[in-house]
Design a protein. Structure first.
Length: 380
């Protein structure tokens, strides 16, 4: 991003800028709030936040993508007091203040390339870019874990969307050419090689254009169902049920909905561990394809968070030779991923576009990605 947007908005240059990416989740869906496992990778798309300090206790925020700018005294910030995209920005300032940091005031311009509502974590990219920039601007000395916490508080407590730690952890911690294994109980992470180029593979991201809204209650409902299933099984979290204890646990759950939810979480954790094993074993990454497809089927049938567009993207990609495909992110719309040989990229892309056209659905946006770098300072 050039200085121009900042200069145009505030009549002075930015002091510094941070970039933070959106993410895809390779596998491990809806496991984060069950203390389970996930394996995200950073997108080459993200948000850049330019900042400069003020000394009058005011935060001004504007966006290259949106004309609505905000100007608010920091001491007036309270959960939900600013709505829309700017809520995620000032939510980060609020969260730093809640953590005990003095916020003297600042001007911010954000510039994002992650499509909103695509299940690719545009909000986490926004929060993490702002968190990194604010921390750097005021020399707060935050650790990566602190940045994740502040970004999550903006999302969960300021904006009020009850997500887990997946998106912000991915946006801060991911690295180029790698996926990131996360254990959400210990918050331990491990870098997992994902050299797709070297294996002649592409990861296609299929943004179905079907838009979801995590705040609409279905996400919170899944969380509550998982918590209830764990309570009935007498464990702190569904993470505490191993794959080999699953059959016995399912017999003890009489409610068929809770049984399906629990089965997804337990099997998804097992699939995530197996995926990591394959990738770390330096075997052919194509071998994770069957695990990706099994994850999609489980999300569709047991967790019931897929939709017509996601199912069509996955089935068409599989029919055209993808090694594996699945919805990624929270679901109810958003994006799917497909693991394909690089020689099949065009064929799969064309087939998915054709299937959507035939079904009279909005044309999806499809692109190939290589895992990119997590949040970092960039040129202002
Ligand atoms: C959304 C949430 C994450 C996670 C995923 C599902 O992206 O923000 O915390 O729960 O859904 O894996």
């Amino acid at each position: 991003m050039s200085d121009d947007a900042f200069e145009a908005a505030y009549g002075r240059p930015a002091e510094l800028a941070w970039h933070a990416p959106g993410r895809v989740n390779i596998i491990g869906e809806h496991t984060d709030y069950n203390d389970g496992f996930a394996l995200p990778a950073a997108l080459p798309l993200g948000v850049t936040a330019q900042v400069a300090a003020r000394d009058d206790g005011v935060v001004q925020a504007s966006s290259v993508q949106d004309d609505d700018a905000v100007t608010v005294p920091i001491e007036d910030l309270a959960p939900g007091s600013v709505q829309g995209w700017a809520g995620y920005v000032v939510g980060v300032i609020w969260a730093f203040r809640e953590a005990g940091h003095h916020m003297p005031g600042l001007d911010i311009v954000v510039d994002g390339s992650v499509p909103i509502g695509s299940g690719l974590s545009s909000s986490a990219a926004l929060e993490c870019a702002v968190a990194g920039a604010v921390d750097d601007l005021f020399g707060l000395g935050s650790t990566p874990a602190d940045l994740i916490t502040v970004a999550r508080r903006a999302e969960n407590d300021y904006v009020g969307v009850p997500t887990g730690a997946l998106d912000q952890s991915a946006s801060v911690l991911c690295r180029e050419a790698e996926a990131l294994f996360i254990d959400f109980r210990s918050m331990d992470t491990r870098r997992v090689p994902l050299d797709l180029d070297g294996a002649g593979l592409r990861l296609l991201v299929i943004d179905t254009q079907a838009r979801h809204q995590l705040a609409d209650g279905e996400y919170a409902k899944r969380r509550a169902e998982c918590a209830r299933a764990a309570e009935l099984l007498g464990v702190p979290m569904l993470r505490d049920i191993d794959d080999d204890e699953l059959a016995g646990a399912l017999e003890r759950l009489t409610d068929p909905v809770l049984r399906r939810r629990a089965r997804h979480i337990v099997t998804e954790n097992a699939r995530t561990l197996q995926t990591v094993q394959v990738l770390e074993g330096q075997g052919d990454p194509r071998a994770i394809g069957t695990l990706l497809l099994a994850s999609h089927i489980s999300l569709r049938d047991d967790f019931e968070v897929s939709c017509r567009e996601l199912d069509l993207a996955v089935s068409t990609a599989m029919d055209t030779g993808a090694h594996g495909a699945r919805m990624t992110g929270g679901g109810f719309g958003g994006s799917a991923i497909a693991l394909v040989d690089d020689t099949d990229t065009d064929a799969v892309t064309d087939a998915v576009q054709g299937a959507f056209a035939e079904a009279q659905l909005t044309a999806p946006v499809i692109f190939a990605m290589q895992p990119a770098r997590g949040a970092h300072r960039c040129d202002a």
